[in-house]
Design a protein around this ligand. Structure first.
Ligand code: ADP
Length: 289
């Protein structure tokens, strides 16, 4: 529960007394609450980890950046802060509902709008961020395959080897990774990605508006977000059809879906352990023998 002094601290930020704070379930990193004032509801995530304040600041930057495109909505952040040993992020509360197929269609179109929003020429981001609770390096590269190998696959492969979740012989060499990625990746334009688009990271509001939450943004190949939407499900065929109408699918799409899912599977292997090993092993054997 939120202590009464913590609630008082938030009330001061909001300039309005807090009537109640209800726990919100569903996150795997922080505690979350819906804060009620007499006129509004807010969402707050609280975490005591050492890196939590940095995590919340990068989350705010991601949400603000998505919002600034006007392509798709993200909750407006009110404040990021520290109260005693707790870090917190306070934002607009979005009341969720089960999406209709029309709303999923609109979501697909808006995600495509986000992905076609003009950005710079390089892949990466202005700062590193987090994927789940793991650090995600966003060092800039002019070449997509280099970015994907050096900032995505290799750091997770090395971590998996260090945690003894993969053996040294199972980790492909840099040259194999690069060579195979260059083979499967087309000429790619950087796009602003959500970066961690599983079904728990979007909300369709009671007004039927799609919102992106909990992003791990960077400039990358737009198909990376699609690969994540397809990894664990929760995105309808209407969503995918509406997206594909805006951004058609190119050759070797299925192979790239696998290679982009490999990153997320490696992240899951490193975060949650061995149950993800068989999928990782299969993809490594198929694409990077
Ligand atoms: P974590 O970073 O701990 O994984 P999440 O950002 O995934 O936490 O959020 C935890 C829960 O709160 C999820 O069920 C999510 O749907 C919900 N949630 C996240 N942001 C909001 C928001 N702005 N308004 C309402 N619910 C939200």
């Amino acid at each position: 529960m939120l202590s009464s002094s913590f609630k008082e601290h938030i009330a001061q930020i909001l300039g309005s007394p807090i009537i109640k704070a209800d726990p919100v379930s569903g996150g795997d990193i922080s505690r979350a609450y819906c804060i009620h004032t007499s006129t509004h509801r807010y969402f707050v995530k609280v975490n005591e980890r050492e890196n939590a304040s940095k995590m919340f600041l990068t989350e705010k930057l991601g949400l603000d950046t998505i919002n600034r495109t006007n392509a798709i909505k993200a909750p407006e952040v009110v404040s990021c802060g520290q109260y005693h040993t707790s870090s917190f992020i306070l934002m607009e509360f979005i009341e969720p509902k089960n999406p209709t197929s029309k709303e999923m269609e609109a979501f697909g179109t808006q995600l495509a709008d986000l992905h076609t929003f003009p950005v710079g020429e390089s892949f990466g981001w202005k700062q590193d961020n987090y994927i789940g609770s793991l650090a995600q390096s966003n060092k800039n590269h002019p070449d997509w395959a280099y970015f994907y190998v050096y900032e995505r696959l290799l750091p997770q492969l090395v971590m998996a080897r260090e945690k003894e979740l993969l053996s040294s012989y199972e980790v492909p060499s840099e040259s194999i990774l690069l060579n195979r990625c260059q083979h499967f990746f087309p000429e790619v334009q950087p796009a602003l990605l959500h970066g961690d688009l599983w079904s728990g990271n979007y909300i369709i509001s009671t007004q039927g508006i799609p919102y992106l939450i909990d992003p791990a943004v960077y400039y990358g190949h737009h198909e990376v977000d699609l690969a994540m939407t397809r990894l664990f499900g929760g995105f309808s065929s209407k969503f995918h059809a509406a997206y594909a109408e805006q951004i058609p699918i190119g050759p070797l799409y299925n192979e790239r879906m696998d290679i982009y899912q490999l990153y997320y599977l490696l992240v899951h292997l490193n975060l949650f352990g061995r149950s993800y090993y068989p999928s990782v092993k299969r993809l490594l054997k198929t694409y990077f023998p």
